[in-house]
Structure formats: C-alpha cells, structure tokens
Design a protein around this ligand. Sequence first.
Ligand SMILES: C[S@@+](CC[C@H](N)C(=O)[O-])C[C@H]1O[C@@H](n2cnc3c(N)ncnc32)[C@H](O)[C@@H]1O
Length: 251
Amino acid sequence: MLPTIARSCFFGPDNVPGVRLSRAVAGYRSAPTPRSRPPTGRKDHVPELDFAGLTIHYDHRVLEPRPWTVAQSAWAAELLDELPEGPVLELCAGVGQIGLCAVWGRDRRLVCVDDNPVACGYALANAEAAGLAGQVSVRELPLDTAVAESERFALVIADPPWVPHDQVGRFPEDPPHAIDGGADGLDVARTCLEVARDHLVPGGALLLQLGPGQSAILAPELDGLSLVEVRRHADRGELALLQPAERPVAA
Ligand SMILES: C[S@@+](CC[C@H](N)C(=O)[O-])C[C@H]1O[C@@H](n2cnc3c(N)ncnc32)[C@H](O)[C@@H]1O
C-alpha cells in the first residue's frame, strides 16, 4: 500500500524500495557516470537521481547513491512513527539522501554529519531542493567530534564505509574515503556504535548499514546496545537495528 501522506517518500509496496532512477534502474555501477567531466557548478553537469521521490544531486567526488539503500530510509521512516520524541542524527550522511528521505513529511529535525566538504555541500543543497532546509542541519566534521555531549537523538541512521581496506581497490569508481572501513571494514562502524551509545534517548534506535555478514562480526562487541533485527539485502549489504540494552534496575 502506498503511503497516504502526500509529502512523503515513495517506498513502494511493503516498503520494497521504490526507486525511480532518472538515469538507470539497475545497480549503480551499471550506470554511466560522467567522471571525466569536472564539476562546473552548473546544474546541467551535475548528475541527479530520483531517490524514492527526492531529486538528489551528487558528483564523482562522493559515493554515488545506491538504489538499494532506499530500504534504509524506508525502515527509518517506519521506525520514526513509533520512536520517542527527538531529532534524527545521520552519521556518514554523504549527500544526505537516506536521512532526508526518512524525515520527509515528518516533523523531525535531522542533523547530517560527514567529514567530506563536497558531500556536505550537496547534502545542504539536496535538503533545500526537497524543501527541508528548515529542519535539516549539516555538520562537516569527523563523526566522533560532531555531537555535543548533551545532545540526544531518537534515531541514529549510520552508513559508514564498510569495505575492508585490502579490498578497496576492487571498487575503483568509488572515492576510497567513502568506502574504506579499515582492516576488517568495521573501524568507522564501531565509532558509529559509540556515538549512538552516548547520544540515544531511552527507547531510541540505531539503524546501521553494514556489509554482508558484518552484523555477526560486530555482535559480540555491542556493549550497551542490543541487536534487535537484521535485514539482509543479498550481496549489497545489510541493515541492523540496535537499541540501548535494558540495564538491570538496581535493588
Ligand atoms: C559509505 S559512504 C555513505 C554516503 C551516503 N550515506 C550514501 O549512502 O551515499 C560513507 C560516508 O562517510 C564519510 N566518512 C568516512 N569516514 C568518516 C568519519 N570518520 N567522519 C565523518 N564522515 C566520514 C565519507 O565522506 C562518506 O560520505
């Protein structure tokens, strides 16, 4: 069933990603990307795609939005209908499409964090184009310093680089910083766990994107978070829902 809210992203039946790409329908690597053309600042030279109803701009200096990740937006949006009051934090936001789509049509503030200035510029522009500038702020910072100690969020969406360092060369089209997750691919994901642990409201949630099989590797080191559910998207990746672990009430 399609969402009834008019101003909402299109996720398709049962939240199956309803991606309507303007340039390609299949996986993003099959689509031609104008990498040889330097960005000029002119709109007609900037690739765009339709991410579940939002027009998203990006260029070769950032990771090209991957259609399957609409599933992360869709799940986040579904969670936001039930989660406690509070804003949304998106870690490793890139050009912002996952978080923007999650809050579109909802009364939630969104804070996007990325340390790539180009990505942050696009995230801001994409928020403005979606009419969300008033509820979105973008922080161009490393994720471990981006959030003030006192800040709390109802939902943390995280999309860290997760390719193991020695496999980064398999993806020459992608900017290495956007995909290099360190020795086992989980360095940045671990920092996302730390940020979520420190900044979720009680009853809040972390929706973390990982590579295939990586939630099992992280499971023993969650420390203060519980793994609630994992949704696997074949060889493209997986989405893990985590919540603050219930602490025993002191006697
Ligand atoms: C896998 S990409 C995801 C981008 C976007 N969410 C998407 O799906 O297209 C990871 C992003 O994390 C950013 N990043 C990597 N390490 C970071 C760090 N330590 N602090 C903040 N951002 C970081 C990169 O610049 C990149 O935009």
